[in-house]
Design a protein around this ligand. Sequence first.
Ligand SMILES: Nc1ncnc2c1ncn2[C@@H]1O[C@H](COP(=O)(O)OP(=O)(O)OP(=O)(O)O)[C@@H](O)[C@H]1O
Length: 324
Amino acid sequence: MEKIIEVRGIEKSYVKRKTKEIISAVNNVTFNVYRGEVLGLLGPNGAGKTSTIKMICGLLKADAGTISINGLDINTQRLKALRHISAVLEGNRNLYWRLTVRENLEYFAGNRGFSRKEVAPQVEKLLEQFHLKHKENELVNGLSRGMQQKLAIAVTLLANTDVILLDEPTLGLDVEISYELREILKNIVKDEKRTIIISSHDMPVVQELCDRTVIINKGTVIIDEKVENLLNLFDTKAYAIKIAGSLNMKLKQQMIQRFPLSSFESGEHQTVVTVNLEKSEDIYGLFDIFRSEGVVVESIDRTSIDFEQVFMQIVKGEKRFEMA
Ligand SMILES: Nc1ncnc2c1ncn2[C@@H]1O[C@H](COP(=O)(O)OP(=O)(O)OP(=O)(O)O)[C@@H](O)[C@H]1O
């Protein structure tokens, strides 16, 4: 697999203005991005994602370490390196508000050296793909946030760079437009082998779009693994246990303490407890708790897990999972 981005041991600290306290935001982060893959860059708030993304885009300079894009060092061959990457950063849609949808696409393609004629077929395709055709002659100013976001991503795709970086693409959008955007991106990823880095808190986006995920916590990479492998790994340890009657609060708290991702769904005569166990043997510990409280287990089944749960488990556990 061809490496298109190499991030090696990057570090970034900030000094708090008032207290002069030094904050280590990124601490020795290393990962690769391969051509044609969709990489999810994840982490809880304050983990260091934005700082990492800004260093990759050349908006921030790393205190230490190196970043290369297509073999070009971002410090010593900055302009050449940055020509291979385009980005939609969170809260910054990089559009001209007084131009129409079509004019924005043509203007930014022009900035990258493409003539209007050259990009005409692609502009048409993108207008269709992003369901923006009926808005092509409207000013960006009057568009909804969701439409603006779609256009910003379309502009980025039109630049035809080797790498596209989407920082929180669905943040702040309502559910319908998030879904629509996810579907559009899914089709683009399926049809064209684009290299995309997505930073997101929207786990369905990660689950459905990303091939691999790099999870950062407290400035350090804690996971670099294929999404599929993570789902499989956790899936085998997720159980749905049916219990007669209901569980009292003390027991629920006891379970959450021992198995942090437990969830409870109470019916009229039954409760379904879903747990994700770190080791399969932990099931015995669970049964011990039930036995000591006289809880009757009616059935136990393996269940499927979604990426949201996987992410929570990893971040809460703050540990590396050795993959088989
Ligand atoms: N300009 C700055 N000055 C001081 N501290 C900063 C600055 N930018 C970021 N930080 C701190 O660095 C740490 C990492 O921040 P960063 O924005 O990179 O994380 P993040 O993972 O993108 O978080 P979020 O998901 O909330 O955007 C945080 O503790 C943050 O408060």
